[in-house]
Design a protein around this ligand. Structure first.
Ligand code: TRP
Length: 330
């Protein structure tokens, strides 16, 4: 293994249950590769997820399930720190300080806030509005410079950088600028509404969860929409485009080339493309599902990993928080 750069990387995932292939390709797969390169800190951001209603009776289970999935995908606690956000209290403490540096107007611009308040009209809470400030605190608390995220999070990271700069100007140089890392597969679209991002909130049929059975995967892919979107002459519809995108991420070049040729010659049968895609997804997910089963037999070990991760994170958080308070005259 090459020497790790000393740079710190931070990323977070919400424990909303049912991690899907959009999360997997857009973030978690990269978490595994990146742990060889950076000092990685990965957080299950339970405080972010409660900005949308969560069932408190099921929440611990969801958090554990998320941890198990992350470990099964290949995040290695010997190489990276994995912890639950609410166990390190400095996140919320720093978020409060950052609140005093963040203009309301900046938060009002955030597209995720606008989208989520549309989707959850019954619960537009201050936490939902303030979500990006807590995210800024997550990253800056550890002086992280590298943050792998999906494309939809870029706006939040720009805001984090703005907050960091404001702090530096007001209280003296302290925070570094964050560099977002966006990778291929960061934008997997819904199987049923291919003009929208794959997401849990759009219902069972629009996503493939990494825990889905082979049978279920075949069914969902078979039902994927192919005929919506602007079928401009010579251009793939959004649904077909998404299937090709998925095929290129789960399958090999030869298979993709074969279907591309058939597409261009207008001999393509979408049922065959879908079969090939479903099998490729199953091939990728089967070993992950096997590891999930293994890890699930030992929940104590998972808890121990999370506890140790929280302790590691706390050490950094306490030190940096002491410096921050000093700079702010607190
Ligand atoms: N907002 C991110 C998402 O929904 C999750 C997240 C919270 C995050 N804190 C973070 C991602 C810090 C990167 C860094 O995907």
């Amino acid at each position: 293994m090459a020497d790790k750069e000393q740079k710190t990387l931070f990323s977070g995932i919400q424990p909303t249950g049912n991690i899907h292939i959009g999360n997997y390709l857009g973030a978690l797969k990269n978490w595994v590769d990146l742990q060889e390169q950076y000092r990685c800190i990965y957080s299950i951001v339970d405080l972010h997820a409660i900005t949308i209603d969560q069932d408190p009776k099921k929440y611990q289970e969801q958090i554990m399930e998320t941890a198990i999935d992350i470990l099964a995908i290949g995040v290695d606690p010997k190489k990276a720190t994995l912890f639950v956000q609410s166990k390190v209290t400095q996140h919320t403490e720093l978020a409060w300080m950052f609140n005093t540096l963040t203009p309301m107007s900046e938060l009002e611009r955030m597209t995720q806030y606008k989208d989520k308040s549309q989707d959850h009209k019954e619960n537009i809470n201050v936490g939902l509005f303030d979500y990006p400030v807590l995210q800024a605190a997550d990253v800056l608390l550890y002086h992280a410079e590298v943050v792998p995220v999906g494309e939809d999070q870029l706006q939040h990271l720009e805001l984090s950088n703005m907050i960091g700069r404001k702090f530096n100007n007001k209280y003296g140089n302290f925070f570094k600028q964050i560099k977002p890392v966006i990778t291929a597969g960061a934008r997997i679209m819904s199987l049923t509404e291919p003009d929208k991002k794959m997401s849990k909130s759009k219902g069972e049929k629009n996503y493939i969860a990494i825990r889905d059975s082979a049978e279920n995967i075949r069914k969902k892919v078979a039902h994927a929409v192919t005929d919506t979107g602007p079928a401009v002459e010579g251009k793939k519809s959004l649904g077909v485009n998404n299937l090709f995108e998925l095929l290129s991420l789960f399958s090999d070049e030869k298979t993709v080339a074969k279907f591309e040729t058939q597409y261009n010659q207008k001999t393509i049968k979408y049922s065959e493309l879908k079969k090939a895609l479903a099998e490729a997804i199953i091939m990728t997910l089967t070993p992950i599902q096997k590891r999930i089963k293994e890890i699930e037999t030992n929940p104590k070990k998972v808890k121990a990993i999370l506890d140790k991760g929280a302790k590691q994170a706390q050490v950094i958080a306490e030190k940096n928080m002491a410096d921050i308070k000093k700079k702010m005259g607190l």
